[in-house]
Design a protein around this ligand. Structure first.
Ligand code: SAM
Length: 161
């Protein structure tokens, strides 16, 4: 039984590599930098693709933002749900694949993907964003051929307009 559970956990964390980046959380200090770069105001909505264990969602909610995370790994969805319980009025966590799920309306985005997904992300964001300037912060990985507005400690801010 324990072996079955362990295999299931390994599969949950391992199979995700076929759809995006494997689980690796952004460190708290880096989350602060990312949120500072995004510069969203209280009451605005942040969308996070692949929200992991919810660290970004929680810290953003603590700043008064509304946050939406899309996460494929159900274990991480449960952990996020528990972790963000105190901020449940501001936090929405969607279980699913961010390449397939519709992206809810938002005022900015945080991602920690992989190099090979950045071009695909760029195309989707161009289709998704509305007429107002839309900030996107990416941890480590840059969007090919797109001008970076600002970078700090390997965290990059882009603006779609
Ligand atoms: C590098 S981790 C980043 C976690 C979180 N964003 C953070 O910065 O702490 C990438 C996360 O994306 C999730 N993920 C990967 N591909 C996905 C997909 N196609 N749809 C939803 N989540 C995905 C993984 O399960 C993992 O939790």
């Amino acid at each position: 039984m324990i072996i079955l559970i362990l295999v299931a956990i390994v599969l949950l964390f391992g199979l995700v590599v076929f759809r995006g980046a494997p689980y690796l959380p952004t460190m708290p200090a880096q989350v602060d930098i990312a949120l500072d770069l995004l510069g969203l105001e209280k009451g605005q909505t942040l969308l996070e693709l692949g929200s992991g264990d919810g660290i970004v969602l929680k810290k953003a909610a603590q700043r008064g933002l509304n946050v939406i995370g899309i996460e494929l790994n159900p274990l991480l969805v449960i952990i996020t749900y528990i972790r963000c319980w105190k901020y449940r009025k501001q936090v929405t966590i969607i279980w699913g694949d961010y390449w397939r799920k519709p992206w809810p309306a938002s005022d900015g985005m945080y991602v920690f993907l992989l190099d090979k997904y950045m071009k695909k992300l760029d195309k989707k964001v161009i289709q998704y964003r509305k007429d107002v300037p839309y900030p996107l912060v990416s941890f480590t990985f840059k969007i090919p051929d797109k001008h970076t507005i600002r970078s700090k400690n390997g965290i990059h801010l882009y603006l779609y307009k």
